[in-house]
Design a protein around this ligand. Structure first.
Ligand code: NAD
Length: 456
């Protein structure tokens, strides 16, 4: 544990020396990161295959490609983001001028989960570098191969005083949280998010919490069912359902339940064959504990499709279940695996009421042909972000903030929003020393009438 204090102290000294502040330095490091990812691509893809059986295409699409795009976008814009900005000044501060200076927080702690172990470590790192911070990265102990590749990559290309990876389990994470970081960026479960926030409170460290929860997917009776089926299946079963923003459960209008399920089962067969377990490209569950948990969640429900599992390979086929209500265990926790419960409704108001009675979701998906319906749901329900007539894709853009609300998280990142998460905006009023007005100083005499005219 003394090692951890040592690492943090070394980074504090690195940051204090001012090296990370010039934009030229940040760009150089971003280029280095891009180069490192390019050079190590084969090892990264291999590791993702070893940890989760992600095929090369899926691993590139959802991990390496997204990370590379994030680096390229930051490189293109970091110059502008880092510049101080003149803003308006109220007339009563005449002749002063106001500027906002983006300033790096200092030493950042980034804690990542195992489900997209590469992307969810590298994307916050890109933002930390762009904003001029040093960073300690703590990848998940469950995605062992990817965590090792990340540790090797960072050690090979970066000064440990600037960026370093600390591997280990909960005890290591807790030792890190005991240190006084300047900001903490945590991605993981709401339960651990609470622990992180408590630890941060001891040092009054600002936090960004990217958490999870149960994300609903609503299918109205006027939706394009065939397309909805395709997009739901792809969003739910990519990475075998181990996606924070995967549709957790379906709320389907009673009148379209049967055809939707039929289209979905057809799509599953098309995507993964009729024997998904043995499909070489179908991902596996991260560990035995989660495998057993997911198999358990199917109990006391009607199997509508799938249901097969192979404990040796730790694979569970894409599964749809019905006849569950909110008292069933599957509706009481984030599923985080390839099991999709289907609930039916008769009226959209029921849906709005149901979702609003639950903690605020990280994502919400709505399939409908009606803009009025979309407007109604968007106005009535609070959630992190989502899509109308699609799933997941709102995450893959640098132009929108990605984050949760309530128990699904606080703060956001991607593109400029990531830069903001690692930046303190310092407001400075530059005044003149060439003139002065007496009204602001005591004794105030009878200037009340005057000040009332100024501050109405
Ligand atoms: P987790 O919260 O168990 O672990 C995340 C990280 O926290 C790991 O590095 C782990 O070592 C560390 N950790 C675990 N317990 C800890 C403790 N008691 N004290 C300190 N650190 C601790 O999450 P997970 O199982 O790796 O990932 C699944 C969760 O993450 C799901 O809830 C999912 O929705 C969420 N998630 C959210 C996003 C997002 O972007 N919002 C992305 C991916 C996953």
């Amino acid at each position: 544990m003394t090692d951890i204090s040592h690492i943090v102290k070394a980074q504090q000294a690195f940051f204090a020396a001012g090296q990370t502040r010039p934009v030229a330095f940040r760009k150089k490091q971003l280029r280095m990161l891009y180069h490192a990812v390019e050079q190590q691509e084969a090892r990264i893809l291999e590791a993702l295959h070893a940890d989760l059986n992600k095929c090369e295409y899926e691993a590139y699409l959802t991990e390496v490609g997204i990370a590379r795009e994030e680096i390229r976008f930051a490189l293109r814009h970091v110059g502008r983001w880092s510049r101080s900005r003149r803003v308006r000044t109220p007339f009563y501060h005449f002749p002063g001028a106001s500027r906002i200076y983006p300033e790096p927080y200092g030493v950042a702690l980034i804690i990542a989960p195992w489900n997209y172990p590469f992307q969810l470590t590298v994307a916050p790192l890109v933002a930390a570098i762009a904003a001029g911070n040093c960073a300690v990265l703590k990848p998940s102990e469950f995605s062992i191969a990817t965590s090792q590749v990340l540790a090797d990559l960072v050690a090979q290309y970066f000064d440990p005083g600037y960026i370093t990876v600390v591997q280990g389990d909960v005890s290591v994470s807790q030792a890190l949280l005991a240190e006084a970081f300047d900001t903490i960026f945590f991605t993981g479960s709401p339960g651990v998010g609470r622990i992180v926030m408590e630890a941060a409170a001891r040092h009054l460290t600002p936090v960004t919490l990217e958490l999870g929860g149960k994300s609903p997917c609503i299918v109205e009776n006027d939706a394009n069912l065939k397309l909805a089926a395709k997009r739901i299946v792809s969003g739910k079963f990519i990475n075998a359902g181990q996606t924070c923003i995967a549709p957790d459960y379906l709320l389907v209008h009673r009148s379209v339940k049967e055809p939707l399920i039929e289209y979905m089962t057809e799509t599953i067969r098309q995507f993964y064959s009729s024997n998904p377990i043995d499909h070489p490209d179908y991902p596996k569950v991260i560990n035995q504990r989660h495998y057993d948990r997911l198999i358990g969640l199917m109990e006391n429900a009607t199997l509508l499709y799938g249901g097969a599992g192979d404990s040796k390979q730790r694979k569970i086929a894409p599964t749809i279940i019905g006849d569950v209500d909110w008292s069933h265990p599957v509706m009481k926790e984030e599923i985080f695996g390839p099991v999709l419960p289907v609930l039916v409704y008769d009226d959209l108001s029921e849906v709005i009421e149901t979702v609003n009675s639950q903690p605020k979701p990280l994502a919400l998906y709505l399939f409908t042909g009606s803009e009025t319906t979309a407007d109604r749901v968007l106005a009535a329900v609070s959630f992190g972000g989502g899509c109308v007539n699609d799933t997941l894709i709102h995450i893959a853009t640098p132009y929108m903030p990605f984050g949760g609300v309530g128990t699904s998280g606080m703060g956001a990142y991607h593109g400029k929003f990531g830069f903001d998460a690692f930046t303190h905006y310092k407001s400075i009023l530059h005044n003149t020393d060439k003139m002065d007005f007496p009204f602001r100083y005591p004794p105030f005499y009878n200037h009340l009438g005057l000040i009332k005219k100024v501050l109405k």
